[in-house]
Design a protein around this ligand. Structure first.
Ligand code: NAI
Length: 471
């Protein structure tokens, strides 16, 4: 231990969801915690990711509700968008959550240092370049949770106006009239959906044969149909070559595919995120980093340096805030010697907040078959669901994938995939069922409230017993 360094049970580098979850949970278990953050606690999720993105998507949802209100007998005039007000509201939501989180950390006596943290030999953490000045800390345990930043691609250097990433898009004061979104993953589809619903002409250019990697094909088809009906042009299997800025306005010409091009105001690059391990130091430690920048860990997030853990987007696990929370809890339990069960990464909840929403847990039909399972599948659409009809949102379905029994009925639930109204809020019971490895009949006997959107999940599972009600 360095004699001058202040000692803590745990020193955490990075105050995003993984880091602050470990801090809050560890402090609630009585550990003395210090956290180093170079920007604001809350990380990408709170300041430039999940929270602002979903808040802007909610603006799009409100607009859709107003535009569709005549069906309910409520006559309105065409809504007029003032995106600067939208941005103010978004910032207010962020600020309130930031104040809440900061207060929580303070009450749990987590010491937060402002600066860039780096790890050196013997668990020494140096803090530099922020309001806390130059500080040396020693952690009995050190957690690396420095997160990730948007990936970029050659030929599309980010300039903050013509070419932007999620970081800039979430702070625009005015939406572009037209945009190309490069990458049809979760971020690309959420932004495409939001912008199109608020009046931007959107084209998605995706390199792979399909958008939304990881989603079941039936679910993706529903999203594609909806995107098409709302004017979003989705081109898959195309490569992008570069762009030439216009000299007559602020726009640019995007070159892609086989000699094709498109003139747009803005290019949004959403081709994934890369782990931010660049500033971690790590000299004199055994911590390993892959060519892609991920810190190498075992199933309990332990690095090769005893007492040093890595978690969140910095490691090669699903880059989701709630996975970061789970890893934060896991690491603290491991530090406390509680022999925790590792995170089952194949069965974490996925939620994509585009319109229509998508959520899933566990195997898709294709991945279950690839894994060697004989499966039975139950698919039911929201068109027959009473609550969906009341809401006027019948687009979408629930698809349940179960192991096939010799008599043809369903056994253990392997996966549940949903698309449609509020499915991100409906995944909970499917998540529990799949992770508890429940059988179809065990889940089917539970009652779903009526009328509710979640009845569709219950009915889809019931149908796999060989008998059914409405479905
Ligand atoms: P992603 O990895 O999910 O999707 C990126 C997409 O870009 C892929 O479909 C990929 O094939 C495509 N792509 C890559 N290079 C390309 C190129 N040169 N031209 C055209 N297409 C190209 O990454 P995304 O959407 O940027 O999200 C980053 C991370 O954040 C992901 O791990 C995601 O899970 C997470 N995230 C999750 C959200 C959610 O669950 N609601 C929301 C936002 C982000």
């Amino acid at each position: 231990m360095v004699p001058t360094a202040e000692n803590h049970d745990v020193v955490i580098i990075g105050g995003g969801p993984a880091g602050y979850a470990a801090a809050l949970y560890g402090a609630s278990a009585g550990l003395d915690i210090a956290m180093v953050e170079k920007a604001k606690v809350g990380g990408t999720c709170l300041h430039a990711g999940c929270i602002p993105a979903k808040e802007l998507l909610e603006t799009a949802a409100v607009r859709r509700a107003i535009v569709g209100s005549a069906r309910f007998g409520l006559a309105t005039s065409e809504p007029v968008l003032d995106f600067s007000v939208t941005q103010q509201r978004k910032q207010q939501v962020i600020d309130e959550l930031f104040t809440g989180l900061s207060g929580l950390l303070e009450r749990r006596k987590v010491t937060v240092y402002d600066g860039v943290g780096s790890l050196h030999a013997d668990h020494l953490v140096r803090v530099r370049g922020g309001a806390s000045g130059e500080v040396e800390l020693h952690g009995t345990h050190v957690l690396l949770a420095s997160g990730s930043v948007p990936r970029t691609i050659p030929g599309f250097e980010v300039d903050g106006s013509r070419v932007i990433t999620s970081d800039e898009l979430l702070s625009l004061q005015k939406l572009p009239a037209s945009a190309v979104v490069i990458g049809g993953g979760a971020i690309g589809c959420e932004f495409a959906s939001m912008m199109a619903d608020l009046g931007t002409e959107v084209t998605i250019l995706e390199a792979l044969p399909k958008i939304l990697p990881g989603c079941d094909d039936d679910i993706t088809r529903v999203v594609l149909r909806s995107f098409k009906s709302r004017g979003i042009d989705v081109r898959t299997g195309v490569s992008v070559h570069g762009h030439e800025p216009h000299d007559w306005d602020g726009g640019t010409k995007v070159r892609f595919g086989d000699g094709e091009s498109l003139d747009v105001e803005t290019v949004v690059v959403s081709v994934g995120r890369r782990p931010l391990s660049d500033e971690l130091g790590l000299d004199g430690t055994k911590v390993e980093v892959t060519d892609r920048g991920h810190v190498v860990v075992d199933d309990w997030c332990r690095t090769a340096e005893p007492g040093v853990y890595a978690l969140g987007d910095l490691i090669a696990t699903p880059a989701l805030a709630h996975v970061g929370f789970a890893e934060g809890i896991l690491v603290v339990q491991d530090i406390l010697g509680e022999d925790p069960v590792p995170v089952d990464y194949g069965r974490v909840p996925w939620c994509i907040y585009c319109h229509p929403e998508v959520s899933f847990v566990g195997h898709s039909e294709a991945s279950a078959k690839d894994a060697g399972f004989e499966v039975v599948v139950s698919k039911h659409r929201f068109t027959g669901n009473g609550r969906a009809k009341i809401l006027g949102e019948t687009e979408g379905m629930v698809k349940v994938i179960a192991e096939k029994r010799p008599d043809g009925t369903g056994g253990r639930l392997l996966g549940v995939h949903m698309v449609g109204p509020w499915v991100t809020e409906q995944l909970g019971q499917a998540y529990l069922a799949v992770n508890w490895e429940a059988n179809v009949e065990e889940v089917a006997q539970f009652i779903q409230p009526h009328p509710s959107l979640s009845e569709l999940f219950g009915e889809s599972v019931l149908a796999l017993t060989g008998r059914s009600l409405h479905a």
